[in-house]
Design a protein around this ligand. Structure first.
Ligand SMILES: [Zn+2]
Length: 668
């Protein structure tokens, strides 16, 4: 029996003594610890442990509001997820130590108790948290997030929006002319128009000028369309006004942003991703329906300010009353939340990029005092971004509408063809490298990340925001390929790996469908990006992988998609069915553990996955120069003959650096 096994047996023995766990925990002054509750329950009786534990837990958090409940259970799941790694690390540590310090012993106990009953509690906790999540949604969320009968019969073709802000009173008034097509002539032509309280629709009229009756229930307005004719193209004109929600912490808490530049001039914009465009203008506020023929936004602003928006400036004129109108037009389909005004003392730097579809116009719209910094800091990274992303993802998707970067009074947002920029002209994110690898300090995070959304988010849009990983995982992966393109493959790998520490694993990446829920935590970013890296490393064919990223942008050009379509595309084009891998990383929260050991003479390796769904089967490809080892582990023990140089490749650290799994050599 080796040292490691001895320690394990010792622990098996001691861990039966739950009183010891409780005592140690109480000494720690932490009587509320869930592992103690759990230990007590197990100690009292081994019957029906998981149900009693969930009951004790739910009693404890009964009074919490839903978001706090989710956070609480989420943290607990996180502890459990960390437990197997903590346990293995501690075991390793102890096997080299003769004296066991108390605090580590407790950590060992705790992780052991989590681990021992892991499958039972985990499943219960997962369903408990998804129950709390589902339970928190209201009728309003369903109206906002689903394709209601009042939405399904018509298809938005175009929005022509006019808005006039009253800067002093922080109110707006406007018009939206919605051009639409009737998809279902058998419907009763009752139309759902979204406009969030306290905004008000004043009137709606048809293209024949008829007044249309409207009534509302909170954020949803219903219009009875009188004219049921067969025309392909129909219009309604909506007049609206009000004091739109002001963003408390844009872009994370959205709404209108009434700001001032550092010289005291008004500087106004909107950030409403997630919250939705209906926070300020009436529309069909659902990602599945983009205006097929684009949109225009006309801003009526004081004479001394300029209005910038998506697409190209199609007209501007003075109104002769101290105001000026700026009309911008997008010719491509666009997400409603992406259509925003930028109003301020703007100046423009023009440039161009010769790319895969010819000449792409670039404009940097900046506050006057940022001109020099935009030229020296932003323009080079914009050009580097376009070079790297056209190589990896294919042509910039909106040549007709140009590429613009616009100074914004908040950190940033992927506003189509008019990216919001508020990164203080610093590398990293406000000067910080979120990855901690050092590579993130070599480029401007907002320019790279928000522009990455032009491909994943704006070109390819998810039909339901629950699938927002399609936007954020691929765009977070864009940071990896940007790093790789300019600093080499190893740099990209280091960047990707370093982001992993920010993954929470408290709740699945995919959110709840039909209630406008984009998930609860931020795992759609880093976890999704690590999923993509794992698939790429597993394929071990960078050209093929790059063609998948390009192919997605070509196949789903200017389209809306769901997770299944993206998964099928990757499965069909990668040469392996990754369905169980997507399931693992998008629909559950375990981190798979790759266990392996060698035959005593080193001629054979034994391996399997644990701490994962049944059927998890991510192939591992390990490469060193010409040496390539590809194995196909699943949850059953398997074995394979290996050479001594292949054996070298089976290294815990190497495996973990390339794949989002924990790796553990179970026997020395
Ligand atoms: Zn993003």
């Amino acid at each position: 029996m080796n040292k490691l096994q001895k320690k394990k047996y010792l622990l098996e023995f001691v861990s039966e003594n739950w009183n010891e766990v409780i005592r140690l925990n109480a000494e720690d002054g932490n009587e509320q610890d869930e592992s103690v509750i759990y230990s007590k329950i197990v100690h009292d009786s081994p019957e029906n442990v998981e149900n009693r534990f969930i009951k004790a837990l739910s009693d404890k958090i009964r009074e919490y509001p839903p978001d706090n409940k989710i956070k609480f259970i989420g943290n607990f799941i996180r502890q459990i997820n960390k437990a197997n790694k903590t346990y293995l690390d501690e075991i390793k540590y102890f096997s080299g130590e003769s004296i066991i310090p108390d605090t580590s012993l407790f950590r060992l106990f705790q992780s052991y108790s989590y681990l021992k009953y892991y499958p039972l509690i985990r499943k219960k906790l997962d369903s408990y948290i998804s129950y709390i999540v589902k339970d928190k949604f209201t009728k309003e969320d369903s109206l906002r997030g689903s394709i209601t009968p009042e939405r399904q019969w018509w298809d938005v073709l175009r929005y022509d929006i006019t808005v006039k802000p009253d800067i002093e009173n922080k109110t707006i008034s406007g018009i939206n002319v919605i051009n639409y097509k009737v998809k279902d002539h058998n419907s009763d032509f009752k139309m759902q128009i979204d406009l969030q309280s306290p905004m008000i629709i004043d009137s709606v009229s048809s293209q024949k000028g008829q007044a249309i009756k409207i009534h509302n229930e909170k954020n949803v307005w219903y219009a009875d369309i009188p004219d049921k004719g067969d025309e392909a193209n129909k219009y309604i004109t909506i007049y609206f006004h009000g004091k739109p929600k002001e963003a408390a912490f844009p872009p994370w808490d959205g709404g209108w942003v009434w700001s001032k530049d550092s010289l005291g001039n008004p500087w106004i914009s909107v950030a409403c991703q997630g919250l939705g465009a209906s926070v300020w203008y009436p529309c069909k506020d659902h990602l599945s329906d983009e205006p097929d023929n684009g949109a225009s936004l006309t801003m009526i602003v004081p004479d001394n300010l300029k209005g910038i928006s998506n697409g190209r400036l199609s007209s501007e004129f003075s109104n002769g009353d101290g105001t000026h109108s700026y009309r911008w037009e997008v010719s491509n389909p666009v997400n409603s939340y992406n259509i925003v005004p930028y109003i301020g003392k703007y100046k423009n730097i023009s440039a161009s990029y010769t790319g895969e579809k010819g000449k792409l116009d670039i404009e940097l719209w900046v506050l006057e005092y940022n001109l020099a910094r935009a030229e020296s800091h932003s323009l080079p990274d914009v050009l580097r971004m376009l070079t790297a992303f056209e190589y990896w993802f294919g042509p910039y998707p909106f040549y007709e509408d140009s590429y613009k970067l616009v100074d914004a009074p908040f950190a940033g947002m992927e506003h189509q063809s008019a990216i919001a920029y508020g990164n203080k002209y610093l590398n990293g994110f406000w000067g910080n490298d979120n990855s901690g690898s050092g590579w993130g300090k070599k480029w401007d995070y907002i320019i790279v990340h928000e522009s990455g959304h032009e491909w994943f988010g704006n070109n390819i849009t998810d039909k339901d925001i629950a699938d927002m990983w399609i936007h954020e995982s691929f765009t977070t992966y864009s940071e990896t390929v940007f790093t790789e393109y300019w600093y080499g493959k190893k740099a990209g790998e280091e960047y990707n790996f370093s982001t992993r520490k920010n993954i929470e694993n408290t709740i699945p990446v995919i959110g709840v469908y039909n209630v406008n829920n984009k998930g609860i935590n931020s795992d759609m970013y880093m976890k999704g990006s690590n999923l993509l890296q794992s698939i790429r490393k597993s394929m071990n064919d960078d050209d093929k992988f790059r063609n998948i990223l390009r192919g997605l942008n070509e196949t789903f050009f200017h389209s809306v998609v769901n997770t299944e379509e993206v998964e099928s595309y990757i499965n069909a084009n990668s040469g392996f069915d990754y369905s169980n891998v997507f399931d693992q990383y998008l629909r559950s929260t375990d981190i798979p553990l790759f266990e392996f050991y060698f035959e005593s003479d080193g001629s054979r390796v034994y391996f399997r996955y644990t701490h994962c769904n049944d059927g998890f089967n991510l192939p591992l490809t390990l490469v060193n120069g010409n040496e390539v080892l590809r194995i196909f582990p699943d949850t059953e023990w398997q074995s394979e003959n290996i050479t001594s140089s292949e054996k070298e490749l089976l290294d815990e650290k190497l495996i973990e650096s390339l794949y989002y799994v924990n790796a553990f050599r179970v026997k020395e």
